[in-house]
Design a protein around this ligand. Structure first.
Ligand SMILES: Cc1cc2nc3c(=O)[nH]c(=O)nc-3n(C[C@H](O)[C@H](O)[C@H](O)COP(=O)(O)O)c2cc1C
Length: 336
C-alpha cells in the first residue's frame, strides 16, 4: 500500500486528497480541513474558464488560496481549448502547484454547455483541450473524470490512456457514470483497472467515509491516492485518522469540544469571507447538515439550525447542542 506519491515534482504526502466540491471547498473550508491534519493535496471547487477568461470578478475570487493550503490544485471546467489553456496560464501565474481539468461534473448547466462529463462523449474534443492546455503550462496538469457517460458507455480506460498520451500527470476517477449522478455506489473495480492500464498516478474517488475504508481502497486497488469529499464534510479529521492508521498510530478521536470549535471557527471565517451575513449563515447550515450525521439528536439540532435567522441564534444553538449531548458509543470510535 502506498502512503505517498508524486504528481510531476509535487510530493503528495500523505496520499489523501480533499475532493473538489463546488459550493463547499472554498478557501475557508480548505484551511480548516487542512488544520485538522493528514491532507496531502487540496483541490479547489471547479472554476469556469469562460468566467475566468472573461474577467468575471466572482469567478476570479474562486481562485483565491493561501500559502497554508499548499500544495494546491486549481480545477477548471469548460469546453473551449483556448480558454482552458488561458485559464491554466492564469492559475500557474497565481502560484498554483497543479492545474486540474474537470470532465466529471454531471450538472445539466455544465453538460449542456459542452463541459464536465459531456466530454466523455466527445473524446476528440477532450483530447484537444488536454493537448492545448498541456502546451500552455509547465506545472503538472491532471484530469478528474467519471468512469463513463452511462453504464453502456464505460470508457474510463480509454480516457485514461488518451490523457496519459497527452501528457496528463494524474487521473482522479470518481467511480460513477454521469447518468448515475450520486446514486448507487462508486465502482472501484473500474478504477483499479485503469490503474493497471496506465503508468501515471491514479487516484480513486467515491464513498470513502471512514479512515479504514481509505486504507482498504489503497490496499485493494493499488491506487496511488484516495480522494475524500462528502466524508470530509461529516468528519474533517478523516484524513488525520487515515494518516495515523497508515503510520500505525491510534487515530485521533475528536472530542465534542473540538467539533464545536470547528463549527464556530467555520462560522467566524465565513462571516469574514462571505459578502453577506445571510450567505455566511447558509454555508454554516449546509455544513451542520453533514457534520452532525450520526451524532445523537443530530436531526433535532439540524432542524434548529435550519430555523436560526441570526448569527447569535446560530452560535447559541451550536453551543447548546455540543454541551448538552453526552459522548455516545459512536463518539468513542474513530470511525464515526
Ligand atoms: C457538493 C458537491 C460538489 C462537488 N463539486 C465538484 C467539483 O466542483 N469538481 C469535481 O471534480 N467534483 C465535484 N464533486 C465530486 C467529488 O469531488 C467526488 O468525486 C464525489 O463526491 C465522490 O466522492 P465522495 O463520495 O467522497 O463525496 C462534488 C461533489 C459534491 C457532493
Amino acid at each position: 500500500m502506498k502512503t505517498e506519491y508524486y504528481i510531476g515534482n509535487v510530493r503528495i504526502k500523505p496520499n489523501l486528497i480533499l475532493a473538489p466540491m463546488a459550493g463547499v471547498t472554498d478557501s475557508a473550508f480548505r484551511k480548516l480541513i487542512k488544520r485538522c491534519g493528514g491532507v496531502g493535496l487540496i483541490v479547489t471547487e471547479f472554476i469556469s474558464v469562460e468566467g475566468l477568461t472573461r474577467n468575471n470578478l466572482k469567478t476570479h475570487k474562486l481562485m483565491y488560496f493561501e500559502q497554508e493550503e499548499k500544495p494546491i490544485s486549481i480545477q477548471f471546467f469548460g469546453h473551449n481549448s483556448d480558454r482552458m489553456a488561458a485559464a491554466a496560464e492564469v492559475a500557474e501565474a497565481a502560484g498554483a502547484d497543479i492545474v486540474d481539468i474537470n470532465c466529471g461534473c454531471p450538472a445539466k448547466k455544465v453538460v449542456n454547455g459542452g463541459g464536465g462529463s459531456s466530454l466523455l462523449k466527445d473524446l476528440p474534443k477532450m483530447e484537444k483541450i488536454l493537448r492545448e492546455t498541456r502546451k500552455a503550462i509547465k506545472i503538472p496538469l491532471t484530469l478528474k473524470y467519471r468512469i463513463g457517460w452511462d453504464e453502456n458507455s464505460i470508457n474510463a480506460i480509454e480516457v485514461g490512456k488518451m490523457a496519459e498520451n497527452c501528457g496528463i500527470e494524474q487521473l482522479a476517477i470518481h467511480g460513477r457514470t454521469r447518468m448515475q449522478g450520486y446514486s448507487g455506489f462508486a465502482d472501484w473495480n473500474t478504477i483499479a483497472q485503469v490503474k493497471q492500464a496506465v503508468k501515471i498516478p491514479v487516484v480513486g474517488s467515491g464513498d470513502v467515509t471512514t479512515a479504514e475504508q481509505a486504507l482498504q481502497r489503497l490496499r485493494e486497488t493499488d491506487v496511488d491516492g484516495v480522494m475524500i469529499g462528502r466524508g470530509a464534510m461529516a468528519n474533517p479529521w478523516i484524513f488525520r485518522q487515515a494518516d495515523e492508521l497508515m503510520r500505525k498510530i491510534t487515530p485521533h478521536q475528536p472530542t465534542l469540544e473540538e467539533k464545536r470549535i470547528f463549527l464556530i471557527d467555520y462560522l467566524d471565517v465565513m462571516l469574514k469571507e462571505m459578502s453577506t451575513e445571510k450567505a455566511a449563515l447558509g454555508k454554516v447550515k449546509q455544513l451542520c447538515g453533514h457534520f452532525t450525521r450520526g451524532l445523537p439528536g443530530g436531526a433535532i439540532f439540524r432542524n434548529q439550525i435550519f430555523h436560526s435567522n441570526t448569527v447569535a441564534e446560530l452560535i447559541d444553538r451550536i453551543n447548546e447542542y455540543f454541551t448538552m449531548i453526552e459522548p455516545q458509543e459512536s463518539e468513542l470510535s474513530y470511525a464515526f
